[in-house]
Design a protein around this ligand. Structure first.
Ligand SMILES: Nc1nc2c(ncn2[C@@H]2O[C@H](COP(=O)(O)O[C@H]3[C@@H](O)[C@H](n4cnc5c(=O)[nH]c(N)nc54)O[C@@H]3COP(=O)(O)O)[C@@H](O)[C@H]2O)c(=O)[nH]1
Length: 739
């Protein structure tokens, strides 16, 4: 503690220090006027000289210990130990007054000097003690200094046990008669020693893990009651019945414990003062504890914040799983171990299928709940040695040490099975969710994190392509396939930017008289190296790399322009159909784009049909519904392509603003030989009639199919039977030729 003597007093004492080896008695006399007590004590704690200030106030005594009842002999021994040298120390103590009673004093062990040799006696070391009456202001100042020191330690980010240790030591130096301890209370309500610098570690160890309760010494009870507990006699108090043996064995007589509450209710710790004898708490100690309790709660709260920040840095805030950083740390540690031990391991990359749709349709709060439930289900499938992390979005990663390839696939199957039961979400219908998993195995698929991740990613991508809800191992051939996809994507971008794409048109006819009612625009791409690339190959790549919206926009533009030209030229094509990918409808501008195209080319909305696949029915994105409603309100026709092959649900159909169904060619192909296909085709036509929708049969290749479709009541069709998709000039020639 900083010296609280005035400057002139300090100067005086320094002089004394220098003169201490001279005639102490004479010096005392000369300092009788000083407004502080001065006492020379020998190594045994006997008072050798004292000035008038001290003698007038203190109870007459030979030994210092008799003047300060709070301070034990052992404390004096330490304070007066000659080996302390010039080290100064300040503390508070109660002085027993000659007039009766006690008064608070600040004591300063000021200096040591050689006792002048007496005749026949060995000269010893004398210690000079300076005493100043402790008024309330002085007390406040000492406590303020203590507070500042502890808060500084908190602010400097010292670890919590270090801060608490400092607090205890500072309190003990201000009040040498007390022993301080701080015990944390963990989430399970168990005591956890934080600091007790003057208690034997055996004592703290014995308390570690003790559950708080209604009679668990002073601290356990204070934490339980959320109230301070003052036990004046540990030997007799029932609260200590089960623990007094422990306390008495280390010389503790009384204990006053104060619970430290955070947020007003939560007990985070206890702050305790022990005395070696049975006694009540001194008033100064009470005031000090008030301040210490505050300091404890500041330090504990700060520590909680630090932990929270640490959690945020290393753990995912939504699921509580390790995040990318922590996962990489752990992988960085695990790989060298696996390498040395030669044991296998597997990295699983798991991506939820169509999670974006869940987020867009139900909002982010529900999305978060889905992630939490998914994380819990995945975690439940893994062993303690495994690490599961969330990398953000809908991507989870698991590191399975010691796992062979076949075991990793078993784990992946377990994870997929765990996701199968519908998720129960608050205020929502049960939700089905699935995932695609890519697996890369250590060491064969990679020996460093980058390669393992890259290969697991490639495998995961293959799982998506294979239809989702499945797991795939990485295979070296996948790398080649990926390279090809990347090359194809580059070439397609190039083709789009250099206007190297073309549209072919397939006529749409009325079955009864083969009159042409329109044409479907179908995209064609001839690459200089690859030759003609079928749309079945490049459209999925465009969808994966996000190029499909640009492609669709180009097709729309080109088809509208062509229809306008045909109308100008009087060619008998009254309407065009254009295929549009589901993702295009998530763009806020699609309805506006179509409206501007129609206006620019002088077309009526009903002359344009947008063909969408059944995949759109799964899209719960409100933007999609909004764009479809706008297009329908404008009068643009919507046609449901490949009807009956995918996820059709009649209720969806009722909700969507559809004008036309396209009977998929898989139902048409065997119409002549398969009664089931006839029944299905008839059912689709029935649905169309019931809902007032036109039904267009696709892929009509034979006259027999045409006849059956007419019999079933189908009015329009497309197919090789009438005309293949053709370039504009060929279509115009086909139209002009007699049929
Ligand atoms: N988003 C976009 N998708 C497009 C676009 N252009 C085409 N596509 C889609 O690609 C898929 C394959 O199309 P394509 O190879 O052009 O095949 C079409 C016809 O050639 C084929 N067809 C037509 N008649 C017959 C027939 O009698 N037999 C037979 N075996 N095939 C026939 O069918 C395809 C037309 O299908 P659909 O669109 O379902 O009417 C295909 O899914 C296209 O949709 C584009 O610009 N954007």
């Amino acid at each position: 503690m900083a010296c609280s003597l005035t400057r002139s007093e300090q100067a005086e004492v320094q002089t004394l220090t220098r003169l201490a080896s001279l005639d102490a008695q004479a010096l005392c006399a000369s300092l009788d006027h000083a407004f502080m007590g001065l006492v020379w004590v020998d190594g045994q704690g006997c008072i050798r000289h004292a000035n008038r200030f001290f003698l007038e106030r203190a109870v007459p005594a030979d030994r210092l210990a008799d003047c300060f009842p709070d301070i034990l002999d052992s404390c004096w021994q330490a304070l007066l130990d000659p080996s302390r040298g010039a080290q100064r120390e300040s503390f508070h103590a109660q002085l027993r007054l000659a007039a009766g009673g006690l008064a608070s004093y600040e004591l300063q062990v000021q200096a040591q000097g050689q006792e002048p040799a007496q005749a026949g006696a060995v000269p010893g070391v004398l210690t000079l003690l300076a005493l100043r009456p402790m008024d309330e202001r002085g007390e406040r100042e000492s406590v303020a200094i203590l507070q500042r020191q502890v808060l500084e330690a908190v602010a400097l980010g010292r670890p919590l046990p270090v801060v608490m240790d400092l607090l205890c030591r500072r309190v003990e130096s201000l009040a040498p008669d007390v022993i301080c301890s701080v015990l944390a209370v963990d989430a399970q309500g168990r005591l956890r020693p934080l600091a007790a610098p003057s208690l034997p570690s055996s004592y703290s160890n014995a308390l570690d893990g003790l559950p708080i309760g209604p009679a668990v010494g002073s601290c356990g009870t204070a934490a339980w009651r959320k109230q301070a507990v003052e036990v004046r006699d540990i030997a007799e108090d029932p609260l200590w019945a089960d623990y007094k043996g422990l306390a008495l064995s280390v010389g503790l007589g009384a204990c006053w414990s104060t619970p430290i509450l955070l947020d007003g209710t939560r007990v985070a710790a206890t702050f305790a003062l022990y005395y070696r004898e049975s006694r009540e708490v001194a008033p100064f100690h009470r005031r000090m504890v008030e301040a210490c309790a505050q300091l404890c709660s500041v330090a504990l709260k700060h520590d909680e914040h630090l932990r929270q920040i640490e959690r945020l840095a290393y753990f995912d805030g939504v699921t509580g799983l390790p995040n990318r950083s922590l996962f990489h740390d752990r992988l960085g540690q695990a790989l060298p171990v696996a390498m040395l031990s030669g044991s296998p391991a597997a990295l699983l990359l798991l991506d939820l299928d169509r999670f974006k749709t869940v987020n867009d349709s139900f909002g982010h709060a529900t999305g978060d709940e889905v992630l939490r439930q998914v994380a819990a289900r995945l975690q439940a499938c893994l062993r303690e040695a495994d690490t599961l992390a969330r990398f953000g979005g809908d991507e989870f990663v698991a590191w399975l040490p010691g796992c062979s390839g076949s075991q990793a696939m078993q784990v992946a199957d377990k994870l997929l099975a765990a996701l199968q039961p519908p998720l129960q979400l608050p205020n929502q219908a049960p939700l089905l969710i699935s995932a695609s998993i890519g697996i890369s195995c250590f060491p064969e698929d990679g020996q460093d994190p980058e390669l393992l991740f890259k290969n697991a990613d490639i495998a995961m991508y293959e799982a998506k392509r294979a239809g989702r809800n499945c797991a795939r191992f990485f295979l070296p051939a996948m790398n080649q396939a990926l390279d090809e996809r990347v090359a194809l994507e580059g070439a397609l971008r190039q083709a789009l930017s250099t206007q190297a794409l073309r549209l072919h048109y397939q006529p749409k006819l009325r079955l009864s008289d083969r009159a042409v009612v329109g044409a479907e625009a179908l995209l064609r791409w001839t690459d200089p190296q690859r030759g003609a690339v079928p749309p079945d190959k490049f459209i999925p790549v465009a969808e994966e790399c996000g190029l499909v919206n640009a492609l669709d926009a180009w097709v729309l533009e080109a088809a509208c322009e062509q229809l306008a030209r045909w109308r100008e030229q009087g060619v008998a094509i009254r309407a065009v159909s254009v295929n549009v990918s589901p993702t295009r409808f998530q763009q806020d501008d699609v309805a506006a784009h179509v409206a501007s195209l129609l206006a620019r080319h002088g077309l009526r909305p009903e002359q344009l049909t947008l063909e969408v696949t059944e995949r759109l029915l799964l899209d719960h994105d409100p933007r999609t519904a909004g764009q479809l409603a706008k297009l329908f309100a404008m009068g643009v026709r919507l046609s449901l392509d490949d009807f009956g092959t995918g996820y059709s649900s009649l209720s969806y159909l009722k909700r969507l603003p559809v004008s036309e169904l396209k009977l998929d060619r898989s139902f048409v192909r065997d119409l002549e030989t398969d009664a089931d296909d006839r029944a299905l085709a008839s059912a689709v036509l029935g649905i169309g009639r019931a809902l007032g929708l036109a039904v267009v049969a696709e892929g009509v290749e034979t006259e027999g199919q045409r006849q059956i479709l007419i019999e079933l009541g189908c009015e329009e069709a497309q197919g090789y039977c009438f005309g293949r998709p053709m370039p504009v000039a060929d279509l115009e020639a086909w139209l002009a030729a007699p049929r």
